[in-house]
Design a protein around this ligand. Structure first.
Ligand code: FES
Ligand code: FES
Length: 189
């Protein structure tokens, strides 16, 4: 006989039924939640906080659809447990902008046709925000030709390399690169 369906926080096959109380700061709002300690940050955002902008693609770190910012750094939220993020600052696509006040990258994705179905787009945009911060901080990538240069030139090759963890099944890649390039050139990312 199969285990009873007790929902996302019910006891699992191992019988673990203790919930953990955690505090997260999500999009500048303090949030407290009770979760099964095995709950990923992705499921905490989507299933507990109803922030469905962050997408679940593969659920094992291969597609980047679930990318969010944790303390300013991009993270695959399917690969990290919610309980590891007590008091962390989490930013999801909902926290970057809204239809009345788009983030510059959101606007650039619209203007450059940087999506088709849009499923990968929240992860692409959160990843691009983190990526542009990494470039501004001078972090080299595998594609950086001169790691001693005072400023990293954000070539298309750099963008492609740095965004390679975000897969787009619609293959909107040229326009995604264009959107990020436009934002970087505008200095608004
Ligand atoms: S859903 Fe997290 S990397 Fe694919
Ligand atoms: S726009 Fe469809 S997966 Fe990227």
């Amino acid at each position: 006989m199969s285990d009873p369906d007790t929902g996302p926080d019910g006891p699992g096959p191992g019988g673990m039924d203790r919930l953990s109380s955690i505090r997260l700061n999500v999009n500048d709002q303090p949030r407290r939640l009770e979760v099964d300690p095995r709950t990923s940050l992705l499921d905490a955002l989507r299933e507990h906080l109803r922030l469905s902008g962050t997408k679940k693609g593969c659920d094992h770190g291969q597609c980047g659809a679930c990318t969010v910012l944790v303390n300013g750094r991009r993270v695959n939220s399917c690969l990290t447990l919610a309980v590891m993020h007590e008091d962390d600052e989490i930013v999801t696509i909902e926290g970057l902008g809204d239809p009345d006040g788009l983030h510059p990258l959101q606007r650039a994705f619209v203007e450059n046709d940087g999506f088709q179905c849009g499923y990968c787009t929240p992860g692409q945009i959160c990843s691009a925000v983190g990526m542009l911060a990494e470039v501004a901080a001078g972090w080299p990538s595998h594609a950086t030709t001169d790691v001693t240069a005072p400023r990293i030139a954000l070539t298309d090759e750099e963008i492609r390399e740095r965004m390679s963890g975000n897969i787009c099944r619609c293959a909107a890649y040229p326009n995604i690169v264009a959107a990020i390039r436009d934002t970087a050139e505008g200095g608004t990312g």
